[in-house]
Design a protein around this ligand. Sequence first.
Ligand SMILES: [Zn+2]
Length: 80
Amino acid sequence: MIPCPICGSESSVTETRRVTGGQARRRRICDNHECRAKFTTVEIHADLVKVPRFQDATLEKILKLAQRALKQDKEGTRDE
Ligand SMILES: [Zn+2]
């Protein structure tokens, strides 16, 4: 279930479109009758983005991996 980005309520899929590269775009509408926000989500295969053990990874873990990669990148390009 993808929550509404505005109010956090549940949302329903109104349209699914397959795109090249194994992606799926879904048009969604918020189930909250006072909100009814429309938004789009893109679904991709975890192995395409090469995140190890993606299903176990929390957002915190992913951020740490990204920060470590950035740090290594900076250290690698330093002129010392
Ligand atoms: Zn909403």
